[in-house]
Design a protein. Structure first.
Length: 364
């Protein structure tokens, strides 16, 4: 199993560790409920160094991105971040990614940990069409960069203490290349919790310096370690998709409710454009919806979804007991006719049909 530059700190802190995407990662520290509340109300730090970073450079950088991304990367400016997915040529999704623009000829992609090899192969394949070479215009820097997410309403107060220039008023989905705690960093106002805060990318060699500075800055604000368990409950309350659960190689962005990052603008001939445009015109046969349990029970990944007579209408892709609402919540694909907010559906839990209601996202 791979480790991150911070793994030894998690083990020393008594984290419950487990394998995730080939890495030995902390799943929980004080407990998911406590960690979840910490991020919603205070500040927590997540080690997300397992995520991948890929550089796309050169005069054809934008042309390649416009080909492989569903979203319109021409709208980016220096210091701006964009959420997009990469269509796979068969109507599915290779991955969902963040695109960072450093200049007209320099971009960075943040990709999901479990998809690094697949994404890299996909990018190299299409890069060839634009004369872009591995190690020159295209670079997989995933093993050289680590990443911490500091999330919660108090997160930026902590990060401000480590920065010489003001950062608390930076806009959502913008970033700066700057020194944080004396380390060359990318400070990105992004996150997977919906609680505010940032993500900091840095060189592996600076990990110890950053870690020590962060805990010194965070002490007065009650900073806590947060594991991947609470990362999942936090993102699910906000209705954020998780690759491998809610979106995959077999789900279309339009089925997944990601039409807002699928841009059919003139001159942007992206992979699957025609197929997705036809889907948009004709409508999709299934849709990803959020639902809240009416009956007591916790929906889980791959539990069947049914109508009230027990006829199959879809499947749960993500589910949990919401720590904030104290009720079972989930995401799942249902036949389109059952996707309207207010529709009562059933989750099959160990042979029993438990009622749930389709609700508007986010849950919280």
């Amino acid at each position: 199993m791979k480790v991150t530059p911070f793994t030894s700190y998690h083990i020393a802190a008594g984290a419950k560790m487990a394998e995730f995407a080939g890495y030995n990662m902390p799943i929980e520290f004080s407990g998911i409920k406590d960690e979840h509340a910490t991020v919603r109300n205070g500040a927590g730090v997540f080690d997300v160094s397992h995520m991948g970073e890929i550089w796309v450079k050169g005069e054809n950088a934008l042309a390649l991105l416009q080909k492989i991304m569903s979203n319109d990367c021409s709208k980016l400016y220096d210091g701006k971040v964009l959420y997009s997915c990469m269509p796979n040529g068969q109507g599915g999704i290779v991955d969902d990614v963040l695109v960072y623009r450093f200049s007209e000829t320099k971009y960075m992609l943040c990709v999901n940990a479990a998809n690094i090899a697949k994404d890299w192969a996909h990018i190299l394949k299409y890069g060839e069409q634009f004369g872009m070479r591995e190690g020159v215009e295209l670079e997989n820097a995933s093993d050289r960069i680590c990443q911490l997410a500091i999330q919660g309403p108090l997160a930026m107060k902590i990060v401000q203490k480590m920065c010489a220039e003001p950062v608390e008023d930076m806009e959502y989905y913008t970033f700066r290349q700057m020194e944080v705690a004396g380390c060359d960093s990318i400070l990105s106002i992004t996150g997977y919790t919906g609680a505010g805060g940032c993500e900091i990318y840095l060189h592996n060699a600076d990990a110890e310096k950053m870690w020590n500075a962060l805990w010194a800055a965070g002490e007065e604000y009650g900073l806590k370690n947060i594991g991947l368990g609470a990362r999942d409950t936090l993102r699910l309350e906000k209705g954020f998709c998780l690759y491998g659960n809610d979106i995959s190689d077999t789900t279309s962005p339009l089925e997944a409710g990601l039409g807002w990052i699928t841009k059919f603008v003139d001159g942007k001939e992206f992979i699957d454009r025609d197929l997705l445009a036809a889907q948009k015109a004709e409508g999709v046969s299934r849709k990803l919806v959020g639902f809240k349990m009416i009956d007591r029970g916790i929906p889980r990944h791959e539990y069947p979804l049914a109508d009230l007579e027990g006829n199959s209408i879809g499947v749960v892709t993500s589910g949990t007991m919401s720590p904030t609402l104290n009720v079972g919540i989930g995401l799942g694909y249902v036949k389109t006719e059952y996707s309207k907010v207010g529709t009562v559906i059933a989750v099959e839990v160990r042979g029993r049909l438990l009622k749930a209601e389709v609700v508007k996202l986010p849950f919280v």
